[in-house]
Design a protein around this ligand. Structure first.
Ligand code: 6CS
Length: 309
């Protein structure tokens, strides 16, 4: 038996490390009966296309980042909101693993033919440009590339930017050709996609975590023999801690590498600077509620509750 697992990231990435570990774990649990075929980003298409492949069953498993997915599953757009998740890494990890959170999301995912298996974080989103981005003033008219969903763009429109929504594979050349001024991603991704070659400055605002969902085709999931479904759920649960630790390590290593090679200047915002962004980000929550209604309100309250603990 072979399970096909599609990734939104290239070899060596957080998603790739996850998938390779998942593959080994499933093979072990099933005593070699189940093999996992991993497809790194590239041949199968953009994130949005991967989601289509998961919905129509061409692949069994896929990563689906809310930054792209929110146009299909509006509720998932909550992860595009800034200054919402708990800032402490341990709290953020526990929130993402909370079965109550997963179950609140289940129906919105299922409506599109996807079974949500879990969330992982890939670290803080950072901002790159050819200038520091210390306040919303620095964002005025900035053509910043965001992931393709509207919610992903709204977060930056609120700062005064002119977001450009494009697939991941297009970002490097758009930066190089100066079609865009900046982009936003976790550190590891900036390094592996070589964005630091075409950007001078990396600003760390700790405004939002990059969150990805792990999904499967819903019908495939429902039709799995019970034993296999158990292994699948077990593997996702068992890998949660690994996922968190591996993204932390990868982000750390690659930041050091970029700084050492003089690839990019790093700026960390202080609390006062962050507060200005937080204030500017708040109206985006209403946009989220407009698109998600009661389900969205419940999710927002749930996440807020975690943050205020
Ligand atoms: O920026 C993007 O589009 C992509 N970034 C990461 C880190 N993972 C997948 C996503 O598609």
């Amino acid at each position: 038996i072979t399970w096909r697992f599609a990734l939104e990231e290239i070899e060596g990435s957080v998603q790739h490390q996850y998938a390779e570990t998942f593959r080994a774990h499933i093979e072990e649990l099933s005593d070699g009966r189940i093999e996992v075929d991993v497809f790194p980003y590239g041949s199968l298409g953009t994130s949005t296309q991967l989601t289509e492949l998961a919905r129509n069953g061409s692949v069994n498993l896929a990563f689906a980042s809310p930054g792209h997915l929110a146009d299909t599953v509006p509720e998932s757009g909550i992860f595009n909101l800034h200054f919402l998740m708990p800032e402490q890494p341990e709290a953020a990890r526990q929130l993402l693993e909370d079965p109550e959170l997963i179950s609140q999301f289940q129906q919105p995912y299922q409506q599109t033919g996807l079974q949500l298996l879990g969330f992982i974080s890939e670290g803080w989103m950072t901002w790159t440009a050819n200038q520091p981005l210390r306040s919303p003033d620095d964002f005025q008219g900035l053509r910043i590339r965001t992931m393709t969903s509207n919610m992903a763009a709204e977060a930056y429109r609120a700062y005064g930017a002119e977001p450009v929504q494009t697939p991941y594979s297009q970002v490097y050349s758009d930066l190089q050709l100066r079609k865009i001024d900046g982009q936003t991603n976790p550190v590891f991704a900036i390094e592996e996609m070589d964005f630091h070659e075409v950007q001078t400055t990396l600003t760390m605002a700790q405004a939002s975590y990059f969150v990805a969902s792990i999904v499967s085709n819903q019908q495939w999931y429902n039709n799995l023999p019970e034993q296999e479904r158990t292994w699948l759920n077990e593997a996702v649960r068992d890998l949660a801690e690994f996922a968190w630790d591996s993204q932390e390590a990868l982000n750390q290593q690659r930041l050091e590498r970029m700084v050492e090679t003089g690839g990019i200047q790093v700026i960390r915002l202080n609390q006062e600077e962050r507060e200005r962004f937080r204030q500017a980000s708040l109206p985006v929550r209403d946009k989220y509620l407009e698109q998600t209604g009661e389900t969205g309100r419940a999710l927002l309250e749930f996440v807020d509750g975690w943050t205020q603990r």
